[in-house]
Design a protein. Sequence first.
Length: 223
Amino acid sequence: MDLSEKREKPVKELYDAVVAMDEDRVRALCASLVADGVDAQFAVKHGLMAAMEKAGELYAYNVYYVSELLLCADALRAGLEVLGPHVEENASERKKQVIIGTVEGDIHDVGKNLVKTMFQATGWIVYDLGKDVKPERFVEEQARVRADIVALSALMSTTMLAIPKAIRMIKAEDPGVAVMIGGASLTRDIAAAYGADGYGHNAGEAIAEAKAILLRLKNNATE
């Protein structure tokens, strides 16, 4: 983390407390940061959000499991309750938006909900369409909110066949939107064959993949 000497220790302690799933310590540290006049937005970005991304990495490498990841998210939310009122909104820093849902015919949403939690915990605005979502519903929501990414989930090999149609319809509505997919039956090769812009193997990888997709699209647009 690129922290000034003045802010480095307390914000690093906050980072460590989130990774350690210590909700009470996170609350106490955030209150102390506010009392000491440390910039709340800086603490959120480098303490809370960075820690949640680290938790996602630990999950991706099977160091943490679902329970640990959710406890980290609880600790992060506790910190946001304290720091949130002290964060000054910056109009030039628009929050990224994602539409997420499990595709038509699939009623499994545990993995989707975990990915949703990771997006929310790292500052994204999330529009959750739920499970068994028809392609038309994804299209309607994208036409309404113009999200940066549409994320499609499918657990079963039978229901993942709904993904190519959904991607075609979403791209027809908004050719510039990025679509990423994930689920137990999917792979990166399948994602490419289906016309997706990216693939997340699990919740820990999803955020890094989403950032990589948007960076790649931005770079392509400037070439």
